[in-house]
Design a protein around this ligand. Structure first.
Ligand SMILES: [Zn+2]
Length: 308
């Protein structure tokens, strides 16, 4: 049995916000190339993401919001929903596969076919609120997967760890009133989307970091705050909003993480899952815009997930 699934779909390349936009299809190509160059493709199982079903999406987003997204897809060119976030003709094809990947990963892990999964998908999701697209995000992939674990598989407690350089305001909005879902976010602050540093509910743990924070300080607060918060929730499954834009080489943010820090954080999350009596982890790509550091960090993350 392979430990780790790699889930993606060609449709995730179809969403295109223009040649100057950092959230571009080349991100996924860079990950694929690096994965093969590293020889990792021999040791993980590849799956095509299905399209997320309407009832899976509407556990998180109102039906009217989904309809408005589908209705806003342009026939050609691009249509802006906000200054950062635009739709192209293929956007919803990509978005439905991205959401479907997390749901499918959850099913595979719950069935025990694999221990953990990484979803190499775009558009990302953690800025998408219940009824608002923003920050390159349309539907909240990790939230749809987490609700699927609760509603379709009957889990009672799950956790979401978000180490993207940006605060996952969408995920916080969605689970604000759902204490079954513990959210632990570690992000640059003050920084887009300028949320997360004001008193969150008790089941949410926000760790704002000042610009310039490097790996040693990141590991310290992860050890002191994130890991104990996760352990106290005793999650039956752990989701990761895996953004790699806190990397030193990524100009999108101003933190200084390296591949070794992502490996370390991934190992901490694995240890928590094991201590909670299972190994269930579903990791979903969020940000990461420097193509080289993104691809290297994803490979480091997957190597750790797969015990390689
Ligand atoms: Zn980000």
């Amino acid at each position: 049995m392979t430990t780790t699934a790699f889930i993606t779909h060609r449709d995730c390349w179809l969403h295109d916000m223009g040649s100057m936009h950092p959230e571009c299809p080349d991100r996924l190509s860079a990950i694929n190339d690096r994965l093969i160059a590293a020889g990792l493709d021999m040791y993980i199982s590849f799956y095509d993401a299905p399209v997320a079903e309407r009832e899976q999406i509407t556990r998180v987003h109102p039906a009217e919001y989904l309809e408005s997204l589908l209705g806003n897809v342009p026939e050609h060119g691009i249509r802006h929903l906000d200054p950062d976030t635009a739709m192209s003709p293929g956007t919803m094809k990509a978005a439905l596969r991205s959401a479907g990947a997390g749901v499918y990963a959850t099913d595979l892990v719950m069935k025990g076919e694999i221990e953990n999964a990484f979803c190499a998908v775009r558009p990302p999701g953690h800025h998408a609120e219940r009824a608002k697209a923003m920050g390159f995000c349309f539907m909240n992939n990790v939230a749809i997967a987490a609700r699927h674990a609760l509603e379709a598989h009957g889990l009672e407690r799950v956790a979401i760890v978000d180490f993207d350089v940006h605060h996952g305001n969408g995920t916080e909005d969605i689970f604000r009133d759902d204490p079954r879902v513990m959210m632990a976010g570690i992000f640059q602050h003050p920084f887009y989307p300028y949320s997360g540093a004001d008193n969150p509910p008790a089941h949410m743990c926000n760790v704002p970091l000042p610009a310039g924070t490097r790996g040693d300080a990141f590991r310290q607060v992860f050890t002191d705050i994130v890991v104990p918060a996760l352990r106290s929730h005793n999650p039956q499954m752990i989701f990761i909003s895996a953004g790699f834009d806190a990397h030193y080489e990524d100009d999108m943010g101003s933190l200084g993480l390296l591949e070794a820090d992502y490996m370390w954080a991934t190992k901490q999350i694995k240890d928590v899952a094991e201590d909670c009596g299972h190994k269930r982890i579903v990791s979903i790509l969020e940000g990461g815009y420097s193509l080289s550091s993104l691809a290297r960090s994803v490979v480091a993350h997957i190597k750790t997930l797969a015990d390689l």
